[in-house]
Design a protein around this ligand. Sequence first.
Ligand code: HEM
Length: 522
Amino acid sequence: TDFLQNVRRLLGNAGPPGRALALQLANFEAQRRAEQAERMPESRGDVGAIVGEPFFLPLYKLFNIYGGVFRLTFGPKSFVIVSDPLVAKHLLKDNAKAYSKGILAEILEFVMGTGLIPADGEVWRVRRRAIVPAVHRKYVAAMMGLFGHATQRLCDKLDEAAAGGVNMEMESLFSRLTLDVIGKAVFNYDFDSLTNDTGIVEAVYITLREAEERSTAILPYWKIPILRAIVPRQRRVTKALNLINEILDNLIAICKRMVEEEDVQFEDEYMNDRDPSILHFLLAAGEEVSSKQLRDDLMTMLIAGHETSAAVLTWTFYLLAQNPGVMTKLQEEVDRVLGDRHPTVEDMKKLRYTTRVINESLRLYPQPPVLIRRSLESDTLGKYRIDKGEDIFISTWNIHRSPKLWESPESFVPERWPLDGPDPTEVNQNYRYLPFGGGQRKCLGDMFATFEVITALAMLVRRFDFSLAPGAPPVEMTTGATIHTAAGLLMDVSRRRTGSDDHPDEVSNRETNLASTRMSEA
Ligand code: HEM
């Protein structure tokens, strides 16, 4: 190879005929390298084989047959499926610049535009640099009151159900809880979706369902403008998007006025106490950004931070219902550390077992279960060459359940994460644990989301016992962007006897009132 390279250099210096020869030689070398690379294992299938069950399940079976990198081909279309942590590291970190979001960006364009999740290249770089500082530690700490307040509303709702002996469908309640949190946290809007089910809340769900439908649909009929204009479902989507955009524009305008009236110096950890939202930070930072881009970013965070956290809570409660021993240990920790207080940021360090329960739930049910990329140039994945323009699925599901990487991979064992060790989402597990992705596109809401779900989990299990409702449909998976249950998570919810029933909880009520004042002021 060295010899060929030297010949090529000499030829390159020998005028145009030499350069032409050098080019031919380079092509010859590339061809030889491609021949030397091993042929990637290939699974040929028909689409029918993966329709009907969540698509990441057949990918797990194929991973056991074909290994950590293989090609899945349907007729003319093919995908590279990656379940090897070191190849995932290469894609997400070492050579991340050579990959874009591909299909994902195409599917989400209608709702997120060029928001941070679908964005690539320069737009992504600029917006990432603007948004990451907004989610600083002080901001997340300030959100603790909001997490507690929103969960308190859910507790109040569950109190009624527990008193009346009514079973509750928890998946939709978690979805509403996290919608209320993210609306307030990102653009200071109180959806109040736990009590309100019309207008804007419905519009958010129509949009979300459409994004999920598009990510799993086989025929992208909505790309045809005339069908978009006449199919009733698409007209509803357009109407819902218009309503959300109108509200976002309005919130941006209100926030701009607030920022103009302010007379404070913008600093790195800037926060406005009346409105600590991410939107307020972004406007106060005063960076050049179009309203359309700002709206795309807000919409992206609304969706990214809503369904993911809700799905984590749903599957955590499902797992706890099957593992009463874990539930008992969890409740013991929460009783000891918190009692009936709302959690503070200091409690996050003390609720170690609670954190491990979430870590382990995220291992078994990663949200989303698959990360999507497209190669911008040819590259080598492990032993295999890939071309430019290849669609790649990194299966977090497979990596998190690989028998080569985990002992009893299918079992829910929070103890596998040492209690006194660092949070596994923050230390390098060498890409075998990727609940928030990795590398330059790692989730920027990871701390926010972790504290949000720990708060909700701790407060709920302190107050209630949960079990699967007798006669409820079996809890099966279906997928959109995150893993959903096929028919809901119907639970029997009953008040625990913790001693606090006899002594109305003054501390938590006082904190709740404070939080409400803050929220209504804002
Ligand atoms: C990206 C998971 C909550 C905002 C990601 C990625 C994952 C993830 C796996 C990487 C996607 C990829 O590489 O293709 C989660 C989980 C959450 C959660 C499991 C809840 C438990 C949140 C929240 C926010 C958020 C609350 C907003 C405050 C984002 C954004 C990105 C992202 C903006 C794109 C980052 C970029 O491309 O630069 N999330 N997320 N996420 N997440 Fe989260």
